[in-house]
Design a protein around this ligand. Structure first.
Ligand SMILES: [Zn+2]
Length: 442
């Protein structure tokens, strides 16, 4: 048994537009107690830790720091670490010029392994303990990713990218056939899905780079295996949307996926910047989730996602870095951008709703909230320890703040990976700011 002392904040539900205080628990002089299996047994006031849990327990002191559930990155490409901060293009040109060549290099298993290790270490350093990951076209990229995730004992989702439309994909990065892609995907599901903490996501890149036959195959495979996930991109960029309309017709981009049967309660759609009420209603009715990637949407000039409309219509939303359309692995950095996107749309994102979004909200979007996302007893103890004094500017603002709410908002806007003092996976240290661990796990 281990008792982690510090301020503890976690969410039981979405605080909603009114910041309903019953949606979260905050224990400023708090304790999180984790058993030897890495499960939460208690989260509450330090004085309230039952004596049976104290007896023989190890205490880890994070007093003065904020302990929150590990961040959930609902959309990230591990194959794109090399092209983060690549200049001057919007989505379709960006894919051709930067993303596709970078992903082609993932055909080399040693390179893929090194890149997956790099991306996972950067996530842990940013406080992220779970992600929904696109690897690359190559089946070996999934092996590389899951091997690295398993070594670190992480709860991760991922899958091989599917892309077979000749007019929109380069010769050097295209599935040979739908049948071959299906065979590879089935083999990967058999090999990895449900192994330890890993889950498989069938990953058609986007409607534009897939044929009708590929989308049909994805739907058929998912009907057969409803326990696996589906992840893809939707309605990100106006030029992309116009091309999708040319190819598929139909009422909207979401409608295309709907027609092929891809809107399910295990489906995750990245971006959804340009969708309407009818799209949101269908997504809510089918239990489909959205990965909101504010930094990427600004960096690639895609547009401003309407998170309030999505929430109002009952669509589950998570937060995503979308590396490398996005420029930071830090979910705090993403929250800073999410706040600004909300402002530009005439709305707001409170600190409480922001931290909900990056933790339990993300877990819900990935349908993993029975395992992670909060500190309810029995949950897996993945958590991160945040430092209100990580930088001089943040420390100064924290000092000047009158309330915890002000401090939390300052952390959300001014914090990034520098604010992460430590990250724990199943109650064991996976990252410490002072000395980064590389590869070795106890
Ligand atoms: Zn993406």
């Amino acid at each position: 048994m281990t008792v982690f002392r510090g301020s503890v904040l976690h969410f039981l539900d979405d605080p909603g537009e009114t910041d309903d205080p019953t949606a979260w628990e905050l224990f400023e002089d708090g304790a999180l107690v984790v058993d030897d299996e890495g499960k939460v047994v208690f989260a509450g006031h330090a004085w309230a830790v039952p004596s049976r849990l104290r007896t023989g327990a190890v205490t880890v002191d994070h007093q003065g720091y904020l302990i929150v559930p590990g961040f959930v990155d609902t959309h990230v490409h591990v194959s794109e670490a090399d092209i983060i901060a690549s200049y001057g293009e919007q989505l379709l040109q960006w894919l051709q010029r930067y993303a596709f060549p970078a992903e082609a290099r993932f055909g080399d298993p040693a390179y893929a392994r090194a890149m997956c290790a790099f991306a996972l270490e950067r996530m842990l350093a940013a406080g992220t303990t779970t992600a929904s990951v696109h690897t690359s076209l190559h089946p070996g990229s999934v092996d590389a990713f899951f091997e690295q995730a398993q070594q670190r004992n992480l709860r991760m989702l991922g899958g091989k990218v599917l892309m077979d439309r000749e007019s929109t994909t380069p010769d050097y990065l295209r599935d040979d056939s739908v049948q071959a892609a299906e065979t590879q995907t089935r083999e990967l599901i058999d090999r990895w899905h449900g192994r330890g903490r890993l889950g498989y996501s069938i990953s058609p890149r986007l409607a534009l780079t897939c044929t009708e036959d590929m989308l049909t195959m994805v739907a058929r495979l998912h009907r057969e295996r409803p326990d696996v996930w589906i992840q893809t991109h939707a309605a990100e960029n106006p030029q992309e949307i116009a091309q999708v309309r040319e190819i598929y017709g139909g009422r909207s981009y979401i409608d295309v996926y709907d027609r092929f049967g891809l809107l399910t309660d295990k489906s995750l759609f990245a971006h959804c910047v340009h969708i309407d009420d009818a799209d949101r209603a269908r997504m809510a009715a089918t239990g489909s989730s959205i990965a909101f990637c504010p930094d990427s949407n600004m960096f690639l000039g895609s547009g401003l996602f309407d998170i309030e409309a999505a929430w109002r219509q009952g669509v589950t939303v998570g937060l995503g870095s979308d590396i490398a359309g996005g420029t930071s692995y830090s979910q705090l950095y993403q929250l800073n951008h999410a706040y600004k996107v909300a402002q530009l749309r005439g709305g707001r994102l409170s600190a409480y709703r922001g931290f909900y979004l990056a933790t339990l909200g993300g877990a819900r979007a990935l349908r993993l909230d029975e395992h992670i996302g909060s500190f309810r007893p029995g949950k897996e103890a993945d958590f991160t320890v945040l430092d209100f004094t990580a930088t001089p500017v943040l420390a100064h603002r924290t000092e000047a703040a009158d309330t915890f709410t002000e401090r939390l908002f300052a952390l959300m806007v001014l914090g990034d990976e520098q604010a992460v003092a430590a990250t724990y996976v199943l109650g064991r240290p996976a990252y410490e700011r002072s000395r980064t661990r590389c590869g070795h796990r106890p």
